[in-house]
Design a protein around this ligand. Structure first.
Ligand code: G5P
Ligand code: MG
Length: 229
Protein backbone atom coordinates (compact mmCIF):
# COMPACT_ATOMS: atom_id res chain seq x y z
CA UNK A 1 0.00 0.00 0.00
CA UNK A 2 2.88 2.41 -0.33
CA UNK A 3 2.12 4.19 -3.64
CA UNK A 4 -0.91 6.04 -2.33
CA UNK A 5 -1.64 9.08 -4.44
CA UNK A 6 -4.57 10.84 -2.89
CA UNK A 7 -6.32 10.96 0.46
CA UNK A 8 -9.47 9.01 1.02
CA UNK A 9 -12.43 10.35 2.97
CA UNK A 10 -14.93 7.57 3.38
CA UNK A 11 -18.35 7.26 4.99
CA UNK A 12 -19.60 3.77 5.84
CA UNK A 13 -23.39 3.50 5.84
CA UNK A 14 -25.31 0.40 6.85
CA UNK A 15 -28.04 -0.92 9.11
CA UNK A 16 -27.34 -1.69 12.76
CA UNK A 17 -25.25 -4.86 12.84
CA UNK A 18 -24.39 -4.73 9.13
CA UNK A 19 -20.70 -4.82 10.04
CA UNK A 20 -19.51 -1.20 10.00
CA UNK A 21 -17.29 -1.73 13.03
CA UNK A 22 -16.02 -5.06 11.72
CA UNK A 23 -15.13 -3.60 8.31
CA UNK A 24 -13.53 -0.58 9.97
CA UNK A 25 -11.13 -2.83 11.93
CA UNK A 26 -10.14 -4.63 8.74
CA UNK A 27 -9.60 -1.38 6.83
CA UNK A 28 -7.43 0.06 9.63
CA UNK A 29 -5.30 -3.07 9.56
CA UNK A 30 -4.79 -3.04 5.78
CA UNK A 31 -4.51 0.74 5.38
CA UNK A 32 -2.55 2.11 8.34
CA UNK A 33 -2.72 5.64 6.90
CA UNK A 34 -6.51 5.70 7.52
CA UNK A 35 -7.97 6.80 10.88
CA UNK A 36 -11.54 6.22 11.97
CA UNK A 37 -14.26 7.88 14.00
CA UNK A 38 -17.28 5.86 15.14
CA UNK A 39 -20.06 7.95 16.64
CA UNK A 40 -21.48 4.97 18.56
CA UNK A 41 -18.08 4.16 20.08
CA UNK A 42 -17.61 7.81 21.08
CA UNK A 43 -21.02 7.89 22.76
CA UNK A 44 -20.39 4.65 24.64
CA UNK A 45 -17.07 6.08 25.88
CA UNK A 46 -18.88 9.24 27.05
CA UNK A 47 -21.44 7.09 28.90
CA UNK A 48 -18.66 5.16 30.59
CA UNK A 49 -16.95 8.42 31.60
CA UNK A 50 -20.24 9.80 32.96
CA UNK A 51 -19.95 13.10 31.02
CA UNK A 52 -23.04 15.31 30.43
CA UNK A 53 -23.41 14.09 26.86
CA UNK A 54 -22.96 10.52 28.07
CA UNK A 55 -25.73 11.03 30.61
CA UNK A 56 -28.00 12.47 27.92
CA UNK A 57 -27.19 9.65 25.49
CA UNK A 58 -27.60 6.67 27.79
CA UNK A 59 -31.39 6.41 27.90
CA UNK A 60 -31.81 7.40 24.26
CA UNK A 61 -29.41 4.71 23.03
CA UNK A 62 -31.19 2.13 25.16
CA UNK A 63 -34.42 2.99 23.34
CA UNK A 64 -32.83 2.87 19.89
CA UNK A 65 -33.53 6.53 19.05
CA UNK A 66 -31.03 9.10 17.78
CA UNK A 67 -29.51 11.52 20.25
CA UNK A 68 -30.17 15.21 19.40
CA UNK A 69 -28.28 16.59 16.43
CA UNK A 70 -26.69 19.46 18.38
CA UNK A 71 -25.10 17.08 20.87
CA UNK A 72 -23.71 14.61 18.38
CA UNK A 73 -22.57 17.35 16.00
CA UNK A 74 -20.52 19.09 18.68
CA UNK A 75 -18.98 15.80 19.80
CA UNK A 76 -18.05 14.85 16.24
CA UNK A 77 -16.69 18.31 15.39
CA UNK A 78 -14.39 18.11 18.38
CA UNK A 79 -13.20 14.69 17.27
CA UNK A 80 -12.69 15.80 13.64
CA UNK A 81 -10.34 18.45 14.95
CA UNK A 82 -8.63 16.24 17.50
CA UNK A 83 -7.94 13.54 14.91
CA UNK A 84 -6.83 16.00 12.23
CA UNK A 85 -9.60 15.01 9.82
CA UNK A 86 -9.93 18.62 8.65
CA UNK A 87 -6.47 18.54 7.16
CA UNK A 88 -7.00 18.04 3.41
CA UNK A 89 -4.20 15.48 3.17
CA UNK A 90 -5.58 13.14 5.88
CA UNK A 91 -7.21 9.84 5.02
CA UNK A 92 -10.05 8.73 7.23
CA UNK A 93 -13.41 7.04 7.57
CA UNK A 94 -16.60 7.78 9.46
CA UNK A 95 -18.84 5.07 10.94
CA UNK A 96 -22.28 6.05 12.25
CA UNK A 97 -22.18 9.78 11.49
CA UNK A 98 -23.99 11.38 9.72
CA UNK A 99 -27.22 9.53 10.34
CA UNK A 100 -29.85 11.97 9.06
CA UNK A 101 -30.17 14.86 6.62
CA UNK A 102 -29.39 17.59 9.16
CA UNK A 103 -26.17 15.90 10.25
CA UNK A 104 -25.18 15.29 6.62
CA UNK A 105 -25.60 18.97 5.76
CA UNK A 106 -23.57 20.14 8.75
CA UNK A 107 -20.82 17.67 7.94
CA UNK A 108 -20.69 18.64 4.26
CA UNK A 109 -20.43 22.31 5.16
CA UNK A 110 -17.67 21.72 7.70
CA UNK A 111 -15.67 19.46 5.39
CA UNK A 112 -16.02 21.58 2.27
CA UNK A 113 -14.84 24.69 4.13
CA UNK A 114 -11.61 22.76 4.79
CA UNK A 115 -11.32 21.40 1.26
CA UNK A 116 -11.88 17.93 2.72
CA UNK A 117 -15.21 16.76 1.32
CA UNK A 118 -16.15 13.08 1.35
CA UNK A 119 -14.93 11.31 -1.77
CA UNK A 120 -16.52 7.90 -1.16
CA UNK A 121 -19.69 6.68 0.57
CA UNK A 122 -20.17 2.91 0.80
CA UNK A 123 -23.39 1.21 1.78
CA UNK A 124 -23.01 -2.20 3.47
CA UNK A 125 -26.02 -4.06 2.15
CA UNK A 126 -26.63 -7.09 4.41
CA UNK A 127 -29.97 -8.98 4.57
CA UNK A 128 -31.92 -8.04 7.69
CA UNK A 129 -32.62 -11.66 8.61
CA UNK A 130 -28.95 -12.47 9.23
CA UNK A 131 -28.32 -9.46 11.44
CA UNK A 132 -30.37 -10.06 14.59
CA UNK A 133 -28.52 -13.23 15.47
CA UNK A 134 -25.20 -11.37 15.21
CA UNK A 135 -26.34 -8.67 17.59
CA UNK A 136 -27.48 -11.10 20.25
CA UNK A 137 -24.03 -12.69 20.24
CA UNK A 138 -22.04 -9.45 20.20
CA UNK A 139 -19.58 -8.42 22.89
CA UNK A 140 -17.68 -5.12 22.79
CA UNK A 141 -14.52 -3.61 24.25
CA UNK A 142 -15.77 -0.12 25.03
CA UNK A 143 -12.45 1.81 25.19
CA UNK A 144 -11.36 0.70 21.71
CA UNK A 145 -14.68 -0.13 20.05
CA UNK A 146 -13.41 -3.62 19.10
CA UNK A 147 -16.31 -5.99 18.50
CA UNK A 148 -16.55 -9.75 18.92
CA UNK A 149 -19.17 -12.34 18.12
CA UNK A 150 -19.33 -15.62 19.96
CA UNK A 151 -19.46 -17.62 16.73
CA UNK A 152 -17.99 -15.39 13.99
CA UNK A 153 -14.96 -13.87 15.75
CA UNK A 154 -14.85 -14.97 19.40
CA UNK A 155 -12.27 -13.42 21.74
CA UNK A 156 -9.20 -15.58 22.34
CA UNK A 157 -10.01 -15.65 26.07
CA UNK A 158 -13.76 -15.71 26.80
CA UNK A 159 -15.01 -12.34 28.06
CA UNK A 160 -11.66 -10.53 27.52
CA UNK A 161 -10.41 -8.14 24.84
CA UNK A 162 -7.69 -9.76 22.66
CA UNK A 163 -5.33 -6.79 22.82
CA UNK A 164 -5.67 -5.39 26.35
CA UNK A 165 -7.14 -8.36 28.24
CA UNK A 166 -9.74 -5.97 29.68
CA UNK A 167 -13.31 -7.18 30.23
CA UNK A 168 -15.85 -7.14 27.39
CA UNK A 169 -19.39 -5.79 27.80
CA UNK A 170 -22.81 -6.37 26.32
CA UNK A 171 -24.42 -3.32 24.72
CA UNK A 172 -27.74 -2.44 26.42
CA UNK A 173 -29.26 -1.78 22.98
CA UNK A 174 -28.40 -5.28 21.70
CA UNK A 175 -31.75 -6.93 22.43
CA UNK A 176 -34.59 -7.82 20.03
CA UNK A 177 -36.91 -4.97 21.12
CA UNK A 178 -34.35 -2.18 20.82
CA UNK A 179 -32.92 -3.73 17.70
CA UNK A 180 -36.29 -3.36 15.97
CA UNK A 181 -36.37 0.31 16.96
CA UNK A 182 -32.83 0.81 15.67
CA UNK A 183 -33.73 -0.77 12.34
CA UNK A 184 -36.82 1.47 12.05
CA UNK A 185 -34.77 4.54 12.92
CA UNK A 186 -32.23 3.54 10.28
CA UNK A 187 -34.89 3.06 7.60
CA UNK A 188 -36.64 6.36 8.29
CA UNK A 189 -33.74 8.66 9.02
CA UNK A 190 -30.56 7.23 7.55
CA UNK A 191 -31.59 5.38 4.37
CA UNK A 192 -32.59 8.64 2.62
CA UNK A 193 -28.90 9.62 2.82
CA UNK A 194 -28.19 7.03 0.11
CA UNK A 195 -30.14 9.10 -2.40
CA UNK A 196 -28.49 12.28 -1.12
CA UNK A 197 -24.94 10.98 -1.66
CA UNK A 198 -25.90 9.27 -4.91
CA UNK A 199 -26.60 12.71 -6.32
CA UNK A 200 -22.96 13.63 -5.68
CA UNK A 201 -21.88 10.53 -7.61
CA UNK A 202 -19.85 9.15 -4.68
CA UNK A 203 -22.16 6.34 -3.50
CA UNK A 204 -21.19 2.69 -3.94
CA UNK A 205 -22.84 -0.41 -2.49
CA UNK A 206 -21.33 -3.72 -1.39
CA UNK A 207 -23.57 -6.68 -0.76
CA UNK A 208 -23.30 -10.01 1.02
CA UNK A 209 -24.44 -12.18 3.90
CA UNK A 210 -21.09 -12.15 5.67
CA UNK A 211 -18.32 -9.66 6.38
CA UNK A 212 -15.89 -12.02 4.64
CA UNK A 213 -17.85 -11.67 1.41
CA UNK A 214 -18.14 -7.91 1.76
CA UNK A 215 -14.60 -6.98 2.76
CA UNK A 216 -12.81 -7.83 -0.54
CA UNK A 217 -15.35 -5.69 -2.42
CA UNK A 218 -14.81 -2.82 -0.03
CA UNK A 219 -11.04 -3.10 -0.24
CA UNK A 220 -11.24 -3.02 -4.03
CA UNK A 221 -13.24 0.22 -3.89
CA UNK A 222 -10.68 1.79 -1.56
CA UNK A 223 -7.75 0.80 -3.74
CA UNK A 224 -9.50 2.24 -6.79
CA UNK A 225 -10.25 5.46 -4.97
CA UNK A 226 -6.71 5.80 -3.67
CA UNK A 227 -5.20 5.36 -7.10
CA UNK A 228 -7.36 7.98 -8.85
CA UNK A 229 -5.30 10.90 -10.07
P1 G5P B 1 -23.87 2.58 16.67
O1 G5P B 1 -22.91 2.13 17.67
O2 G5P B 1 -23.41 3.30 15.48
P2 G5P B 1 -25.37 0.85 14.90
O3 G5P B 1 -26.71 0.38 15.32
O4 G5P B 1 -25.32 1.76 13.75
O5 G5P B 1 -24.74 1.32 16.26
P3 G5P B 1 -23.77 -1.35 15.21
O6 G5P B 1 -24.81 -2.07 16.02
O7 G5P B 1 -22.58 -0.82 15.88
O8 G5P B 1 -24.46 -0.26 14.38
P4 G5P B 1 -22.14 -2.40 13.08
O9 G5P B 1 -21.02 -1.59 13.56
O10 G5P B 1 -22.67 -2.12 11.69
O11 G5P B 1 -23.37 -2.39 14.07
O12 G5P B 1 -21.81 -3.94 13.14
P5 G5P B 1 -20.57 -4.73 13.85
O13 G5P B 1 -20.46 -4.36 15.28
O14 G5P B 1 -19.37 -4.66 12.97
O15 G5P B 1 -21.14 -6.23 13.74
C1 G5P B 1 -22.22 -6.63 14.53
C2 G5P B 1 -21.91 -8.00 15.15
O16 G5P B 1 -21.86 -8.96 14.10
C3 G5P B 1 -20.55 -8.09 15.86
O17 G5P B 1 -20.71 -8.97 16.97
C4 G5P B 1 -19.63 -8.73 14.81
O18 G5P B 1 -18.58 -9.48 15.42
C5 G5P B 1 -20.61 -9.66 14.11
N1 G5P B 1 -20.32 -9.94 12.70
C6 G5P B 1 -19.77 -9.12 11.77
N2 G5P B 1 -19.71 -9.73 10.58
C7 G5P B 1 -20.26 -10.96 10.75
C8 G5P B 1 -20.48 -12.07 9.88
O19 G5P B 1 -20.16 -12.05 8.70
N3 G5P B 1 -21.09 -13.16 10.43
C9 G5P B 1 -21.45 -13.23 11.75
N4 G5P B 1 -22.02 -14.34 12.22
N5 G5P B 1 -21.23 -12.21 12.60
C10 G5P B 1 -20.66 -11.10 12.12
O20 G5P B 1 -24.96 3.50 17.37
C11 G5P B 1 -25.56 3.14 18.57
C12 G5P B 1 -26.52 4.21 19.02
O21 G5P B 1 -25.82 5.43 19.27
C13 G5P B 1 -26.60 6.55 18.89
C14 G5P B 1 -27.96 6.01 18.48
O22 G5P B 1 -28.79 5.96 19.61
C15 G5P B 1 -27.60 4.59 18.00
O23 G5P B 1 -28.70 3.69 18.05
N6 G5P B 1 -25.93 7.24 17.78
C16 G5P B 1 -26.34 8.39 17.23
N7 G5P B 1 -27.39 9.20 17.51
C17 G5P B 1 -27.55 10.30 16.73
N8 G5P B 1 -26.72 10.59 15.70
C18 G5P B 1 -25.65 9.82 15.40
N9 G5P B 1 -24.85 10.13 14.36
C19 G5P B 1 -25.43 8.67 16.19
N10 G5P B 1 -24.49 7.70 16.15
C20 G5P B 1 -24.80 6.84 17.13
MG1 MG C 1 -20.71 -0.33 15.24
Amino acid sequence: MSNILRPIRLLLLGAPGSGKGTQTSRILKDFPQISAISSGDLLRQQIKLGTPIGKEAEAIIKKGDLIPDDSIVSLIKEELNAKNFLNASSSWLLDGFPRNATQAHVLDKTLSSHDSSLNLVVELDVPEEVILDRIENRWVHIPSGRVYNLTFNPPKVPGKDDITGEPLSKRPDDNPVTFKERIDTYKHQTLPLLEYYNKFGILRSVKGETSDIIYPQLKELLLKEFSKQ
